[in-house]
Design a protein around this ligand. Structure first.
Ligand code: NIG
Ligand code: FE
Length: 424
């Protein structure tokens, strides 16, 4: 199914075992875990939006309403993956095996592999090839309940190839139901040909003209920088993100992933929309993020995949930060495309509750993409992006990691995915 205009018909989802009434984000502290779980519910969709929800016996009967039975399953807002590195080309399986043998992510990057390897593959690919390689990824994500995905450039590392990646994102957005939000990540790594000339590279990828052109063409809404040891420092990241903000691209930041160099503090100072990773965050960093209202985007799939310690999610929730979770799906540090799998890691290893994890992948992920006033919650007037699970409760979903439990995915009021009979 490609994107289609919304039909002006009504749909009633009835026989909902539990409607998980996630409020609009951003949510913090107790509000991440305490909200209504409505048993025996129904939900009415009109013109692609949520028009009513409540106890099943009170459901309004619209003229000509089509009904869809949730068969006693749980209904949740569509999942939002607010940090991925789609679209990428090629694979780095050999690196994965080298890391199992003891090589570190940074060693591989500094030896010309890592991001540089994917950069070579992306530079060699056409837009059509990037689209063809990444479309199936999004199709599989839809079947897992994902209705919105953030996508980044960052593997082109020249203006021409960065634009190509952004254009591929635009085309991917057109070709399938998931909504895509694009981020410009021109400062993802210093390309080998600029190894001794970082300032020249930054002038090139953060020139006023280039940033203005990205914003004017609507090719991206955000600008990200990999601010870490072995990538860009705080001074460079500040310069790039200030220029981007002046051009109308909201800042976000890869912060405190490999080492503590003050990146989360910078994210707060710049009032970035999100600070992502945060494995090495300090109390000062957390306080600055909180004061700025920046969303903490945690990526535990990356620490799982790299075999390094996780971030401390409970500390962040207790500190009052709005916490989101995402896959970080990329060919190097996290080749995990399943957001439900990341949610299970967050539950079993970060010890978050199912309600907290769901908020982190809906309302708060929407806030990380600045779309929280119309998606990510069960709220009248919000887009009807919904997932029907085959478990009667949210807890029961988290109790069975790895088992596909998505029955139906509704995007803007239309059925975008239905689980095939043979998987039932
Ligand atoms: O978020 N840290 C920087 N970027 C990605 C990894 C990208 C890659 O290795 O290709 C990350 O982990
Ligand atoms: Fe990332």
């Amino acid at each position: 199914m490609v994107k289609e205009t919304v039909e002006t018909t009504s749909h009633l989802i009835r026989n909902i075992g539990t409607l998980v009434v996630v409020p609009p984000g951003p949510l913090t502290g107790r509000r991440m875990r305490e909200f209504d779980l409505l048993r025996d519910a129904a939900l009415l969709i009109r013109d692609g939006r949520i028009a009513w929800f409540g106890p099943a016996q009170e459901a309004p009967l619209d003229e000509g309403v089509a009904t869809l039975s949730a068969e006693g399953g749980c209904v949740i807002p569509g999942l939002i993956d607010c940090h991925t590195h789609i679209p990428f080309a090629g694979e780095r399986c050999a690196e994965f095996i080298r890391r199992l043998g003891g090589a570190s992510y940074l060693e591989i990057l500094q030896a010309g592999g890592g991001i540089h390897a994917t950069c070579r593959a992306v530079r060699n690919a056409t837009i059509d090839e990037l689209v063809a390689e990444n479309l199936p990824r999004l199709q599989r994500m839809l079947a897992l309940g994902v209705t919105r995905v953030e996508c980044k450039s960052g593997y082109g590392l020249t203006p021409e190839h960065e634009f190509k990646q952004l254009e591929a994102i635009r085309e991917l957005d057109r070709q399938q139901p998931i909504s895509l939000d694009a981020t410009y990540l021109g400062a993802h790594a210093l390309p080998v040909e600029f190894a001794d000339r970082p300032d020249e590279f930054i002038d090139l990828i953060a020139s006023e003209d280039l940033l203005a052109s990205i914003a004017r063409q609507g090719l991206a809404r955000f600008c990200d920088v990999f601010c870490d040891r072995g990538a860009f420092n705080v001074v460079q990241a500040r310069h790039i993100l200030q220029r981007a903000a002046a051009a109308g691209l909201r800042p976000r930041l890869h912060a405190d992933e490999l080492a503590q160099i003050g990146a989360s503090k910078l994210a707060g100072e710049l009032c970035a929309l999100s600070a992502d990773h945060l494995e090495h965050v300090t109390d000062t960093g957390l306080a600055t993020l909180k004061a700025a209202g920046t969303i903490a985007v945690l990526l535990p799939g990356t620490s799982f995949f790299l075999g390094v310690p996780h971030c401390d999610a409970r500390r962040m929730i207790d500190a009052g930060l709005p916490v989101a979770l995402a896959t970080d799906y990329n060919p190097g540090s996290c080749m995990i495309e399943s957001l439900p799998w990341i949610m299970n890691i967050a539950c079993c290893q970060l010890r978050l509750l199912p309600t907290e994890v769901l908020v982190a992948c809906t309302a708060n992920a929407a806030a990380a993409l600045d779309v929280h006033k119309r998606v990510g919650a069960i709220e009248i007037g919000f887009d009807a992006d919904l997932v029907v699970l085959d478990t009667p409760s949210l807890d029961a979903w988290f109790y069975t990691p790895g088992r596909p439990r998505v029955r139906t995915v509704i995007k803007a009021g239309r059925v975008a995915y239905r689980r095939p009979e043979h998987l039932k």
